[in-house]
Design a protein around this ligand. Structure first.
Ligand code: 6R9
Length: 648
């Protein structure tokens, strides 16, 4: 890894929110005077009843529970909308850039946002949604996606957003898991010039979800879709019938705000639950600290609302801070690799927040597409989702930002609600590839396999020693799974599932997952999920899935498949299985390579030795690389695997 050093750039050296000394002092206070610190920070929100309590959490089994600001009462949508109206009602809250560069962008002021969200909230109420109900949202990147989240928050409904790229099967599972009776979708989505049949996918999913009573459909493309009488409602028709004002529901700080499903090392995705007060505070605070947002800035987080980054840094964080947030319907490199930079110029974006996988894809197309645009408005460049390789970091810094913008590499997870380890533009000297230092109140530790805390320069498992406001509160419907998954590997600490190194200067470097989770284009994928999908196919007896290095995606999906006896391996079957997984989960889960394996390397106790499968997928096939295979039940299996390796 690179050990280069990039001091705070000129444009941030003065007038930044915090300089280095201020950041250090703020952090020290957040730990030493935690209660006072968080009581003060809580004032950034508008409370109906201000909290008197701060952190009441424990990671110990005996009194396990996460709770912040428990006696406070607030409404999240009021904090994101109403409280800004007096001062900036006419300021743009959301800029929407459509998929096609030929279509017109749309702008919504905070006043517009208020009316849109209130109407949407009244439509939901009219459809029978009440406080605490789960509402599944399956939408493309259109403004109504932001309105839908905030409309749920306004009436105290719990939203569960399902990424628009997921299949009907995946959608169905997520609707069933949280027993959702309401779905919000659109006729179709539009991405990279192609339409996505969202309503048709919902119809397919709902065949196995009899609990769903109402489907609210946004007219996005105007495409022809079937509407089930008595179940499906057009949003625009219903919105015309209701008032443009909707009184906000008072919510306790620990009332649920949303569920978001994410992959873990076991088969079934987990419904990560976030609550109202702590989450919003964390999203807003980290948005302010990491991006040093200034009134008037145009801020663009190029994520999808289907992932936590979209929740925290397109919607909740920026809107809580009264910012102007840009939502982009399309993909960064369509219709040309210059598209992302053209959008920057078109809207004079100051802050751009994207993922390493997008940068690698754009980098491959050459610098000319970047240089054909101005990008003079840019002051800060953010990244999230996976470790950024120093080469992509440098390209982002030198070619995109022309050396003047800091790279804010934010490490965090769906579970953490917002950034945990990240630079601040005025305070942090950067090292390419390092997420640098913890946010206030975050106590990262590096522990060895036995859980011993390593001090100073060290490498090992990354854990967090105490709670922070944005921490997830539970796994929906399975509190024990929450405890077992995150707090038992290293008792008394939150296990992140990531490995990390801390260098002699105290900088943190995330080295990637240490569990069976892989990161494909910044999307989390449990290998077990792909395996479960494969073994559902009638020809498949057993499957083992591992990640392997991929130039653009970061990691690709490599599947070893053992067929049922009598089944013949063939290229056609390989294609069938790839399509099968795609249909079961979604395009992001499509295997990049499928290798038919008469047998998998197993220990005598029947455990698959993934270490060996990973090495072979990586192309490391020497006896030395494969290591000790003597504990395998049948060491000859390995020779067959090596001989039949697929080029990923
Ligand atoms: C926000 C988000 C979480 C996993 C996480 C880690 C990886 C995210 C990273 C990063 C290195 C960064 N990850 N940001 N690794 N540097 N800046 O991505 O949430 O989808 O839950 O993924 O992504 O492995 O554990 P989520």
């Amino acid at each position: 890894m690179s050990e280069d050093f990039f001091p705070v750039p000129q444009i941030w050296a003065q007038g930044a929110l915090m300089d280095r000394a201020a950041r250090e002092a703020d952090y020290a206070r957040s730990i030493a005077d935690s209660h006072e610190y968080w009581m003060e920070r809580a004032q950034r929100l508008d409370w109906i009843t201000p909290p008197t309590r701060s952190n009441d959490s424990s990671f110990a089994e005996s009194d396990f529970g996460i709770s912040w600001f428990a006696d406070g009462v607030l409404n999240v949508s009021v904090n994101c909308i109403d409280r800004h109206l007096a001062e900036r009602g006419d300021q743009t809250a959301i800029i929407w850039e459509p998929d096609s560069p030929d279509a017109s962008p749309r702008r919504y002021s905070y006043n517009d946002l208020h009316a849109q969200v209130c109407r949407f909230a009244n439509v939901l109420k009219g459809a029978g949604v009440t406080k605490g109900d789960r509402v599944t949202i399956y939408l493309p990147m259109i403004p109504e996606a932001a309105f839908a989240l905030l409309a749920c928050a306004r009436i105290g409904a719990i939203h569960s957003v399902v990424f628009g790229g997921f299949s009907p099967e995946a959608l169905c599972g997520r609707i069933q898991d949280c027993d959702s009776r309401f779905v919000i979708t659109a006729d179709e989505g539009c991405r990279a010039g192609k339409t996505v049949p969202l309503k048709a996918n919902v119809d397919a999913a709902l065949k196995d979800c009899p609990s769903v009573k109402r489907v609210i459909v946004v007219q996005a493309t105007g495409g022809d879709v079937a509407m089930a009488p008595g179940r499906d409602l057009w949003l625009h028709e219903e919105a015309a019938k209701v008032a443009a004002d909707c009184p906000p529901e008072p919510m306790r700080a620990e009332d649920p705000l949303f569920i978001l499903y994410t992959s873990g090392s076991t088969g079934k995705p987990k419904g990560v639950l976030h609550t109202s007060g702590g989450y919003l505070l964390w999203a807003g605070l980290t948005h302010e600290l990491c991006f040093d947002y200034r009134p008037g800035d145009i801020y663009w987080c190029a994520a999808d609302i289907g992932w936590v980054t979209g929740h925290s840094y397109i919607v909740y964080g920026p809107l809580a801070n009264g910012a102007t947030t840009l939502m982009y319907e399309g993909v960064p490199n369509h219709p040309t690799p210059a598209r992302i930079w053209q959008v920057v110029d078109r809207h004079q974006v100051q802050t751009l927040f994207t993922a390493p996988t997008a940068l690698r894809a754009l980098m491959k197309e050459g610098d000319a597409h970047v240089k054909a645009t101005s990008r003079a408005s840019l002051r800060l460049l953010g990244t999230v989702g996976e470790p950024i390789n120093p080469e992509a970091w440098r390209w982002y810094h030198q070619v995109v930002g022309e050396g003047r913008c800091p790279i804010i590499d934010t490490w965090w997870q769906t579970e953490t609600g917002g950034a945990m380890i990240a630079p601040m533009p005025g305070a942090t000297d950067l090292k390419p590839g390092s997420a640098t230092f913890p946010m206030p109140g975050v106590v990262p530790q590096i522990v060895d396999a036995e859980g011993a805390v390593l001090e100073g320069a060290a490498e090992g498992n990354l854990v967090i020693a105490q709670s922070w406001p944005g921490q997830m509160r539970t796994v929906w419907g399975d509190h024990d799974r929450f405890f077992q998954t995150y707090f038992t590997t290293f008792p008394g600490k939150y296990t992140t599932g990531d490995g990390a190194r801390r260098d002699a200067d105290g900088y943190y470097w995330i080295t990637g997952r240490v569990d069976d989770v892989i990161n494909v284009s910044g999307h989390r994928m449990g290998t077990a999920e792909v395996e479960s999908a494969l073994v559902l196919h009638e020809s498949v007896a057993e499957a083992a899935v591992v990640g392997f290095p991929h130039d653009i995606k970061g990691q690709g999906i490599y599947a070893y498949v053992t067929l049922n006896s009598g089944e013949e391996p063939s290229d056609a079957l390989r294609k069938t299985l790839a399509t099968w997984v795609r249909r079961e989960i979604g395009p992001i889960a499509t295997p990049d390579a499928i290798q038919f394996a008469p047998g998998l390397p197993k220990t005598r106790s029947g455990k698959i030795m993934r270490r060996i499968l990973r090495k072979i997928a990586e192309g490391e096939v020497s006896a030395q690389a494969l290591g000790d295979t003597s504990t395998l039940a049948d060491p000859a299996v390995v020779d067959n695997l090596v001989a039949n390796r697929q080029a990923g």
